[in-house]
Design a protein around this ligand. Structure first.
Ligand code: WT7
Length: 658
C-alpha cells in the first residue's frame, strides 16, 4: 500500500512499498471505445492526432494549420478554421437526427424536475441568443453569469458562445465584493443572475448580492448596463427600472430562430477566475476550437462515452472549470445525456445523490474526493438504500484521492468492479491532462498515472531536468496542448511569470509530483501558496489580505491544514491591533473575522479556525514561516525553528492554540 503525505511547502514524504493495481474488467475492455493503439497513434504525430480529433467537430471553415508555437508562451490552434461552439453542442446533433435525445435530466433541490431534449435546449439557446443581441451584446463583449445550477445556466453559457461573446461565470458562493472585482476586471456589460438558488433547504439570495456588487464603490467604473434575472426562488428582490429585466418576460418575446454564424477558432470563449499566489484572482482565458477539441475528446476517451446509452453525471457546479468542461462543453459537444442537480448532497438527506443515480440510471459518475470522504463518514448504509447497478465507470477530480477513499468508491459505489479514472487537470489546462483510460489502464488507487494521448507531461527537478522513476519533483507540461489557457485576462506579464518563467519553455503547473517505479505519476499537492479546500483552490495571500483589511487586525498568516473531509482547511493566525476595543476575547474575534472573510471573498473562504496570537514566526528578514504554523494547525510537534528571529515565538503560539 501507499502512504503519502505532503504539505503545501513542497516537502514531500512518500513511502511506497507495494501498490495493488486493478486491471479493467475484461468485458469493459472488449466493449471500450478506445484501445491501446490510441497512444501509438498520438505518439507518432501528436499534432496530427489533435487535428484528427478537431475534425470530429463541425467546422464552417476547415482549418489548414494545426499549432502555431512561434511566439511562446502564446499558442494558437487551428487558427485559420472557423466554427461555432454552440452549433457544435446543439444544432449538429439535431442535423444528425438526435434532436429527441435527452440533453439534461435536471433536478432542483426542492424536488422539481425538468427533462430537456437537444431540440428543446437548442430552441431555448436560440431565444436567449436573440435576447442577448437585443441587449446590444456583440462578439467579444463580456457577459457575467451568476446563477445556481439550473438549466438557464447552461442556456446562458451556450447563448453567449453562440453569438461569439465571452462568458465569465462566477460561482454563486462568491460574495458581492468578489463578484464586483470580477465584473470590473472583465468590464462585463451584462450580468445574468437569478433571484436566488436553493441550497441546503434555504434560498441563497443571488440578485441581492448582484445589487450589492453594483452598489459598491471600489474606485473603478461600473461597466454593467443590464441585469437579467431568472425567477427561481421567488424571494423579494429590489428592482432597478431600466437596468433590471426578468428573463421569463423577455424570453417569450424572442424569435425561436437564430442562425449560428462561424467565428475564428481563437475567438475567446470564456474567462474563469481562479486563485493564484497573490491576492488578486487570475482571469484564465480560454478560446474556442482547441478548447472544444480537447474537452470533447477527453470526455469521450476518459469516460468511454456511449452517447446513445450512457447517462453521465458530473456533480460539479458550472461556476468551476469542471462545470464548464465536463457539464457544458465536453458532454454537449458529444451529444451526451446527463444529469444536472441544483443542490448539495445532504439535502434533504444524504440519500439524495443515490436516489438520483437510481432514478435516471446513471452509468458514469464524476465527483470529488471530498464528497466521497463525506459519504464514507456517513456510512455505506445510506448508499445501499438505492440500486446503483447502472454505474459502470467512476471519475474523481479536484485533488489527489487518498487510497482509502479510492477503494471505498470502487467497492461501495462501483460494486467492486467499475474502473475509476482519477483525472488531473486545472482551470488553466481547460481539460483533462493526466488520467487512466478506463478500458486500457490497470488503475492504482491514488495515482492519476499517465498523460492522456497527445499530451506531454514530465516530472522534473527545479532545473527542469526529468527525474528518474522512484523520485519526486514538479509536474511540468512539456508541449503546448489544444485547450491550454491563452493567457490571463489583461495581464500578459503575469501569464509569463506564473507559468513559464520557472522552466523557460515548459509549463509550470504548481503541483508536486512523483514517478513510481513503473513511471506512473502521483500528484503530491501544491508547491505554492495555494490551498485546496474541498477541491477548490484558495489563495493564502488573498485570505490574509482580507483579514488585515479588518480595522482591528494588525497582521495575519493563513495556512492550509490537513482536514479529514475537505483535504485541507483554512486556518488563520491573527495579531490584533493593540488599541482595538471591538474584540474583547479570542472567541468573539474568531466569529467576527470568519464573517468578515465570508463577506469579502465568499463562504468557501471562511477559515475553519482563527487563532489570536501575540506574534507570528518570522525569519530575520521578516518573512513568515508558514511551515511552523502548519505544524501547530495540524497538531504536530513544531519542526525546525532555527531560522526564527525569536525562537520563543512558537512556544507562545502553541500555548494559545492549546
Ligand atoms: C488544482 C487545480 C481540475 C478541476 C478542478 C480543480 C488539484 C485537481 C487533481 C487530481 C491531484 C488534483 C491540483 C491542481 N487537482 N485534480 N486528480 N489529483 N490533484 O481545478 O481549481 O483549477 O485546481 O487542483 O493541485 O493544480 P482548479
Amino acid at each position: 500500500m501507499v502512504s503519502s503525505k505532503n504539505n503545501t511547502h513542497g516537502v514531500i514524504e512518500s513511502l511506497q512499498t507495494e501498490v495493488e493495481s486493478f486491471p479493467p474488467p475484461a468485458a469493459f475492455t472488449q466493449a471500450a471505445q478506445y484501445g491501446p493503439e490510441i497512444y501509438q497513434q498520438a505518439n507518432a504525430d501528436p499534432q496530427e492526432f489533435w487535428a484528427e480529433q478537431a475534425r470530429t467537430l463541425h467546422w464552417h471553415t476547415p482549418f489548414t494549420k494545426t499549432l502555431d508555437w512561434t511566439n511562446p508562451p502564446f499558442a494558437t490552434w487551428f487558427e485559420d478554421g472557423e466554427l461555432n461552439v454552440a452549433y457544435n453542442c446543439l444544432d449538429r446533433h439535431i442535423v444528425a437526427g438526435n434532436g429527441d435525445r435527452v440533453a439534461l435530466y435536471w433536478e432542483g433541490e426542492p424536488g422539481d424536475r425538468r427533462t430537456i431534449t437537444y431540440t428543446e435546449l437548442l430552441s431555448e439557446v436560440k431565444k436567449a441568443a436573440n435576447l442577448l443581441i437585443s441587449l446590444g451584446i456583440q462578439q467579444g463583449d463580456r457577459v457575467a453569469i451568476y446563477l445556481p445550477m439550473i438549466p438557464e445556466a447552461v442556456i446562458a453559457m451556450l447563448a453567449v458562445a453562440r453569438i461569439g461573446a465571452v462568458h465569465s461565470v462566477v460561482f454563486g458562493g462568491f460574495s458581492a465584493e468578489s463578484l464586483r472585482a470580477r465584473l470590473d476586471d472583465a468590464a462585463a456589460k451584462l450580468v445574468i443572475t437569478a433571484d436566488g438558488g436553493w441550497r441546503k433547504g434555504r434560498v441563497s439570495p443571488l440578485k441581492p448580492a448582484v445589487d450589492d456588487a453594483l452598489d459598491l464603490n471600489p474606485g473603478t467604473e461600473l461597466t454593467v448596463e443590464h441585469v437579467l434575472v431568472v425567477r427561481r426562488t421567488e424571494n423579494d428582490v429590489r428592482w432597478e427600472e431600466g437596468r433590471d429585466l426578468w428573463w421569463h418576460e423577455e424570453i417569450v418575446e424572442m424569435d425561436a430562430e437564430h442562425t449560428a454564424r462561424p467565428f475564428p477558432a481563437e475567438n475567446p470563449l470564456f474567462i474563469l477566475y481562479t486563485s493564484g499566489t497573490t491576492g488578486k484572482p487570475k482571469g484564465i482565458l480560454h478560446t474556442s476550437g482547441g478548447y472544444l477539441t480537447q474537452t470533447s475528446f477527453t470526455h469521450r476517451a476518459v469516460f468511454d462515452l456511449r452517447p446513445e446509452t450512457d447517462v453521465y453525471w458530473s456533480t460539479a457546479d458550472v461556476g468551476w472549470i469542471t462545470g464548464h468542461s465536463y457539464v457544458v462543453y465536453g458532454p454537449l459537444a458529444n451529444g451526451a445525456t446527463q444529469v444536472m442537480y441544483e443542490g448539495t448532497p445532504e439535502t434533504p438527506t444524504w440519500g439524495r445523490w443515490w436516489e438520483i443515480i437510481e432514478r435516471y440510471g446513471v452509468t458514469t459518475f464524476y465527483t470529488a474526493p471530498t464528497a466521497i470522504r463525506s459519504f464514507m463518514k456517513v456510512g455505506r448504509e445510506v448508499t445501499q438504500q438505492n440500486d446503483l447497478s447502472s454505474i459502470r465507470l467512476l471519475g474523481s477530480v479536484g485533488e489527489a484521492i487518498n487510497p482509502e477513499a479510492w477503494l471505498w468508491y470502487r467497492e461501495v459505489i462501483g460494486a467492486g468492479s467499475a474502473p475509476i479514472v482519477d483525472t488531473w487537470w486545472q482551470t488553466e489546462t481547460g481539460a483533462i491532462m493526466v488520467s487512466p483510460l478506463p478500458g486500457i489502464t490497470a488503475t492504482k488507487p491514488g495515482s492519476a498515472q499517465v498523460p492522456i494521448p497527445g499530451i506531454s507531461i514530465d516530472v522534473v527537478d527545479d532545473e527542469a531536468r526529468p527525474v528518474p522513476n522512484g523520485s519526486g519533483g514538479l509536474l511540468a507540461i512539456t508541449q503546448p496542448w489544444p485547450s491550454m489557457l491563452r493567457g490571463i485576462w489583461g495581464d500578459p506579464e503575469r501569464f509569463q511569470e506564473t507559468y513559464w518563467d520557472k522552466f523557460g519553455d515548459k509549463y509550470f503547473a504548481g503541483d508536486g509530483a512523483r514517478r513510481d517505479e513503473d513511471g506512473d505519476i502521483w500528484l503530491m499537492g501544491r508547491v505554492d501558496d495555494v490551498m485546496n479546500v474541498s477541491g477548490h483552490r484558495l489563495s493564502t495571500t488573498e485570505i490574509e489580505s482580507s483579514l488585515v483589511s479588518h480595522h482591528s487586525v494588525a497582521e495575519a498568516a493563513v495556512v492550509g491544514a490537513a482536514d479529514e473531509t475537505t483535504g485541507q482547511a483554512v486556518v488563520a493566525f491573527v495579531i490584533l491591533k493593540s488599541h482595538q476595543t471591538v474584540m474583547t476575547d479570542a472567541d468573539q474575534a474568531a466569529v467576527i473575522l470568519k464573517a468578515h472573510v465570508g463577506a469579502q471573498i465568499g463562504a468557501i473562504a471562511r477559515p475553519r479556525q482563527i487563532f489570536v496570537v501575540n506574534e507570528l514566526p518570522k525569519t530575520r528578514s521578516g518573512k513568515i514561516i508558514r511551515r511552523l504554523l502548519q505544524d501547530v494547525a495540524e497538531g504536530r510537534e513544531v519542526g525546525d525553528t532555527t531560522t526564527l528571529a525569536d525562537t520563543m515565538v512558537m512556544q507562545s503560539i502553541s500555548q494559545k492554540v492549546r
